[in-house]
Design a protein around this ligand. Sequence first.
Ligand code: ASP
Length: 317
Amino acid sequence: MSDIRHLIRTSDFSTQEIITLFHNALHYKQLLMSKTPTHQPLKHKNVITIFFENSTRTLSSFELAVKNLGGDILRLDVSRSSTSKGETISDTAANLNAMNPDAIIIRHRNAGAGYYLSAHVNCPIINGGDGAHSHPTQALLDLLTIIEHFGLEELQTLKNADTIAPFAPLDSIKGKKIAIVGDVVNSRVANSNIELLTRFGMEVILVAPPHFLPQTSLRTSDNLKAIAQEVDVIMSLRTQTERHDQVIYGSLKDYASRFCVTKEIVGNNPCIILHPGPVHRNIDIDDEVLKDSRSKVLEQVTNGVCVRMAALDFLIA
Ligand code: ASP
């Protein structure tokens, strides 16, 4: 069996590996914040990014992460690549592999694209989002943002621990409640977070109108106002209109009237508010809440670069 590691789903990393990854990510964060140059573990390493779906944050975050570690990026322009001329993805993969890259980061509209690619190449594949299936680095950066707020000290005490519990390793996170709000059924971000956050012992509550809920054994609700008072974290999601074959709701305005995270909804709850971006302002979260100190949306973006640096370092270097 090949010993090449990939990051397709959050379950590809053990809990112990994730704790180590977070320590490294926070180390990188400190260096970046103080503008101290990092060591260059990706020097002379070539990383290909190939994104078949639009992206602002994830693509630039990965590319910056590679550069921060001294690596080189080759961004394949999909609109000009041969897949748009009818080449199959396995042929594209074979050709990319023949260039001997040190890793390939892929985003694709089809669930499973990363797995498929991983069977055809000799380097780590990192999934930058595949359909509604999985977005592992997003969930990792979300969890790091939650831990930074509720459990940073405890995380630090685990630095030299020999063994880490595979389930709920941090008491400060265990039992914390998170409401994941919005188009859960079409969200790869929700999927990856459900696996990861429940593994860390959090209680996940899915809050959405019925047509946005998957079949699930998790607690669900369509009453954001009530749930918002009892949770520690609210994660709002964008309505994934590009994944709807038909319009199954009245309008985004109707949706917003019940599911937009507003000051009134949040009240005085000292929770934190997350969103993977891009935010539909005043539909997912209103302007006022985005400015509130409880909103960690930009902190998530900062943490994204650091988590991706740690993941690249782990998988390649
Ligand atoms: N940026 C996230 C993703 O790629 C969330 C979103 O697009 O709504 O899944």
